[in-house]
Design a protein around this ligand. Structure first.
Ligand code: PLP
Length: 369
């Protein structure tokens, strides 16, 4: 089963379709679906994922920064694209490429309005983001009156949606806090809707929110991690399929005796005869140094092999003593058979970081294209 000949990130678009359809079963038929494709679609390939989501009937896409949206427009993506954290210096580009800003502070609203005026826009779609407890970005509740005053007579822009973001939707111990965020969002958005002459849509839930707080789905939900196959809890993970699988091959196998060292700074010393394998990926590819010295493991022919010694820039060494394998065999770093959650747990990380950390130099291959 030597499927790959070099390190590749295999992107399974059938899995994406499965996950999309599964998440849709959690929401009402009428609820809009926004697919979050920021950070190269969680480290995979934002264009391939966005095209598939467009074909599947998603209603919206979201990216973090303007240049990510530009890349999607360059690739011919037509769906509306929400830019979650636009920077002022990119407002002109944003408007030129029909990208829709999330505006989250009085300074931002004022400056975006100026740009929209300068570029002779009418009803340019904007999204208002409120802080309901995450304390990251967002207007505060007491700025609603300021917003209303700014919007008065400002026909250059039009509020398309009002939204907020939950701080701990995956943590059921924080139910009370999350409920208070939902209530704050209800209060703020109701007040704003009452003062506008049109009805923007409302949205609040990310993937774990969709799973744990379906009563708060409002008009749209925003799913990222679930689309990529992870549900932040075991019972949901079972229903989802990892979209990205990082695969590599065994470059070389060494048989070494006791008291031999492996890798830089002699990070590993053998205490008996053993077999090691060298793999063609390293910290430059997203396998951080914290995975070295027996923290991280990879999957070979059904068995887990620990990373030994220090992670190099372009290579790692693993202990394959007792594992039936040979040079050229396929190794799964994470994905199907060995989830990104498991990989993350080796270094107190989370699936999100593992997925988004895969370097751009790794070739992407596709299933179900
Ligand atoms: C990244 C992000 C999401 C997606 O969250 P998941 O947990 O990956 O579903 C949703 N909303 C906002 C504002 C985000 O920044």
């Amino acid at each position: 089963m030597n499927m790959v000949e070099e390190t590749v990130l295999e992107i399974d678009l059938h899995a994406l379709e499965h996950n999309y359809n599964y998440i849709r079963t959690k929401i009402k038929e009428s609820t809009h679906f926004l697919g979050v494709v920021k950070a190269f679609a969680y480290g995979s390939d934002s264009v391939a994922i966005a095209k598939k989501l467009e074909a599947l009937g998603a209603d919206y896409l979201a990216v973090a920064y303007t240049n990510e949206g530009v890349a999607l427009r360059d690739a011919g993506i037509k769906l509306p694209i929400l830019v979650l954290h636009p920077q002022r210096v990119r407002y002109t580009t944003l408007i030129e490429r029909c990208l829709e800003p999330s505006l989250y502070s009085p300074t931002m609203l004022t400056s975006f309005l100026q740009t929209a005026k300068a570029l002779n826009q009418t009803n340019y779609p904007i999204h208002l983001k409120f802080n309901t407890g995450l304390n990251r970005i967002g207007f505060s509740e007491n700025e609603v009156d300021f917003i209303i005053a700014q919007l008065e007579g400002a026909n250059q822009i039009k509020v398309t949606s009002i939204f907020s973001h939950l701080a701990a939707s995956e943590d059921l111990n924080e139910r009370e806090f999350t409920q208070s965020q939902i209530e704050a969002f209800e209060r703020i958005s109701t007040k704003l809707l009452g003062k506008l002459d049109h009805q923007p849509i409302r949205h609040l839930l990310n993937t774990s929110g969709i799973i744990n707080y379906p009563h708060a789905q409002y008009d749209m939900v925003r799913s990222g991690i679930g689309l990529y196959g992870y549900g932040n809890e075991a019972s949901e993970d079972e229903k989802l399929i990892p979209v990205a699988t990082l695969k590599t091959i065994i470059s070389q196998i060494h048989k070494i005796g006791p008291n031999q060292s492996v890798g830089y700074n002699r990070g590993f010393i053998s205490n008996s005869s053993m077999v090691t394998a060298t793999l063609p990926l390293g910290h430059a590819d997203g396998i951080g140094r914290t995975y070295g010295n027996h923290k991280g493991h990879v999957w070979i022919n059904g068995q887990l092999a620990p990373i030994i010694g220090n992670v190099c820039m372009d290579m790692i060494m693993i202990d394959i003593t007792g594992i039936d394998c040979k040079e050229g065999d396929e190794v799964i770093v994470f994905g199907k058979n060995h989830s990104a959650d498991k990989m993350a747990a080796y270094s107190q990380s989370i699936s999100y970081e593992i997925l988004t950390g895969v370097s751009q130099r790794i070739k992407r291959t596709y299933l179900g294209n």
